[in-house]
Design a protein around this ligand. Structure first.
Ligand code: NAG
Ligand code: NAG
Ligand code: NAG
Length: 386
């Protein structure tokens, strides 16, 4: 393991160098014409701000405390999330804006400087039902309070992956009207589709105490994932950057379900089982679509090493949340009145479920330029250049 850590740290050092000269960084970066981001709260940059009934929102302090002007943007982070960090590595300033925001702007999808769309929505999963399923993921004092679960279901909690792809087809039609068939196909086939999803499905499966055996559950999850990917392929997507699920049993909120505050192993086992099945799926799809290219990041491996040895990566705390309350600072979400750690970079976890900006950067750098052990068959940089 020592070697891999050295590799990761080495890449981090590179970022430091490029970060000081953004013009040079942009010129050197492998930059796809546009980046489309789909998934859950790990890559959401404010989609749910547009959903008044959502309880998966982060557009209030202390979120964003290290963002420009300390602005809470809807990111579940103190600053940039993994989508932003990847976009930066590819020569952008940050993630493209949320679909709902771009849709309000005239020519939001058709201006010449169009750089992509972020559809990701906190709470969403591979399964359509996941985003509307109410199971308590964390142990809090008001866990037994029914008031939120009795809110009308018509209030949208988040945008399911099916719906995100539906929104992409709306974007497709807007682009088609301007760029015509050839231009649209050209744009989409060269653009990067970054997908980070699955954690919420695993949370729901575990915490709903489903009786479905692990293998069966994972198989049906991957089957649903396949349906989504085929819809993306039909719309002309050809470059896929996939992040599978991190060791979510080690999120501060999940440790509270373990009496010793160790990781929740059953949840980690689900994440472990998910990755190879998704990888298998990608190889299968690419054998059908010969012009398809993909890169699949083993988010589990990328993260578990940091969780087990936070100090080696410069973190002082790899267990608790920077922002929150109670045990491990993880009994409540990050709110305006929660405890806030003074040095965010000391923490792996920002809140009860999400990484800090620094941890997200570490993950993004590894996806972008890491070795095949972490990201295969090619890394995101090679994917962008392919
Ligand atoms: C339940 O939630 C409501 C509204 O958030 C709050 O007023 C009430 O005190 C809570 N009850 C308990 C038992 O926590
Ligand atoms: C929650 O709601 C269910 C039915 O809606 C009810 O049976 C149960 O007693 C409630 N629990 C609490 C703690 O209020
Ligand atoms: C709780 O953590 C301990 C120590 O890491 C681990 O051995 C055990 O399997 C965990 N328990 C559960 C229920 O995951």
């Amino acid at each position: 393991m020592e070697n891999f850590e050295a590799v990761v740290l080495f890449f981090l050092a590179c970022i430091g160098v490029f970060g000081t000269n953004s013009a040079m960084g942009a010129a050197a970066a492998a930059s796809p014409p546009a980046i489309f981001i789909l998934g859950d709260s790990t890559v959401d940059v404010g989609t749910n701000n547009f959903l008044p009934g959502s309880n998966a929102r982060a557009d209030f302090p202390r979120n964003g405390v290290d963002f420009l002007y300390s602005r809470p943007t809807g990111r579940f982070s103190n600053g940039f999330n993994t989508a932003d960090q990847l976009a930066v590595l590819m020569g952008h300033n940050r993630s493209p804006d949320p679909f709902f925001l771009l849709r309000k702007k005239p020519r939001g999808f058709t201006k010449s400087k169009f750089r992509g769309v972020n559809f990701a929505s906190g709470g969403s999963g591979v399964f359509d039902l996941t985003v509307q399923t109410k199971v308590s993921f964390f142990k809090s004092s008001d866990e037994l309070n029914n008031s939120s679960s009795s809110s009308p279901i018509s209030k949208k909690n988040g945008v399911s992956l099916s719906e995100q792809i539906h929104q992409l087809s709306y974007v497709y039609r807007k682009i088609l009207a301007v760029r015509k068939q050839h231009g649209t196909r050209d744009l989409l086939s060269k653009s990067l589709f970054f997908i980070s999803i699955g954690a919420n499905d695993l949370f729901v499966h575990y915490h709903s105490k489903s009786k479905q055996p692990k293998e069966k559950f994972i198989a049906s999850l991957v089957q649903a994932y396949e349906k989504h990917l085929r819809n993306l392929l039909k719309l002309g997507a050809r470059k896929f950057g996939i992040a599978t699920v991190a060791p979510i049993g080690c999120c501060p909120s999940q440790r509270l379900f373990n009496q010793t505050l160790g990781c929740l192993e059953e949840l980690n086992d689900l994440a472990l089982a998910f990755h190879p099945r998704v990888a298998q799926l990608m190889y299968k799809l690419s054998s059908e679509y010969h012009d398809m290219k993909f890169s699949i990041g083993n988010t589990f491996l990328i993260t578990i090493n940091v969780i087990n040895h936070p100090n080696r990566f410069g973190f002082k705390d790899g267990r608790g949340a920077c922002c929150g309350q109670g045990a491990l600072n993880a009994q409540t979400p990050c709110t305006p009145t929660a405890n806030l750690c003074p040095i965010r970079d000391d923490y792996l976890f920002w809140d009860l479920l999400h990484p800090t900006q620094k941890a997200a950067q570490l993950a993004a750098v590894t996806l972008y330029s890491g070795p095949p052990f972490f990201v295969a068959p090619i890394n995101f940089k090679q994917l962008a250049e392919a």
